[in-house]
Design a protein around this ligand. Structure first.
Ligand code: PGA
Length: 248
């Protein structure tokens, strides 16, 4: 199945479209297993989901979530940890049960075991129904940087120089950006029954075009999504600006 592409006019429309898709999926299956993403891109989508919860009664009480990744070395109280991000940007504003939310433990003293247990928890839950993804300017998905094997599972990974630079904007200085993360693998992500990738801004245009229209290669991790049976890219116009076939 080719990747379905929707080009929104701007970030706001991209966010609302993604939130509607997620909300419809929750309504269809209240005990849905969601795969969630962090970063600047999904913030607007989470804001809209919070609004839908508060104003329209969107119910998260049976939702279970698994996040893609977490920095190694940051406690959950660190404002840049992905646990903190999820709590602040979504979880504590909706009625999801905190015990149903899973973010890898970046402080684990046995990361290998943590990774294995994370995979097992996903399996026990029945597998991810809907996985939300962002994309790095280098084409990464989660922290699967260029060169990551397509058969990779949850593991400790090193961030690429590009990603460290891209993420420095969230930290006081580039030296504070952790160099390692625990990340779901590409195979873990590909097992989700449905995948929705969001991208916004010109900085993502190259990676988006290569992922959708280029060869499937480990050099552009998101290109593997061409092999997924049910994947949608929701883009804004800037991130879609380098596509040759204009989709809507
Ligand atoms: P961003 O990150 O949403 O902060 O641009 C996306 C990603 O690196 O996957």
């Amino acid at each position: 199945m080719p990747i379905k592409v929707f080009v929104a006019k701007d970030y706001d429309e991209m966010s609302k479209r993604a939130a509607k898709l997620i909300a419809d999926s929750i309504k269809n299956k209240p005990n849905i297993i969601l795969g969630l993403a962090t970063g600047g891109t999904p913030v607007g989508c989470y804001k809209e989901l919070i609004r839908m919860h508060k104003e329209e009664g969107l119910d998260f009480s049976k939702v279970v979530s698994f996040n893609l990744d977490e920095y190694v070395g940051l406690p959950s109280t660190h404002p840049q940890s992905y646990r903190y991000f999820m709590d602040e940007n979504l979880f504590r504003h909706v009625n999801i049960k905190m015990e149903n939310t899973h973010v890898p433990d970046g402080l684990s003293d046995n990361p290998e075991k943590t990774c294995k247990e994370f995979e097992e928890a996903i399996k026990r839950a029945g597998g991810i129904d809907l996985q939300l993804l962002g994309i790095g300017s280098n084409g990464h998905i989660a922290f699967n940087e260029p060169g990551s094997p397509f058969n990779s599972r949850t593991r400790v990974v090193s961030l690429s120089e590009q990603t460290i630079k891209d993420n420095a904007r969230f930290f006081k200085s580039i030296d504070e950006v952790p160099r390692q993360a625990i990340s779901m693998g590409i195979e873990t992500i590909m097992e989700a029954r449905e995948i929705v990738l969001l991208a916004s801004g010109e900085g993502k245009a190259d990676a988006v075009a290569k992922s959708l229209e280029g060869p499937i290669t480990t050099e552009v991790p998101a290109s593997v999504l061409q092999k997924h049976p049910n994947c949608t890219f929701i883009l804004d116009e800037a991130s879609a600006s380098k596509l040759t076939r204009k989709a809507r």
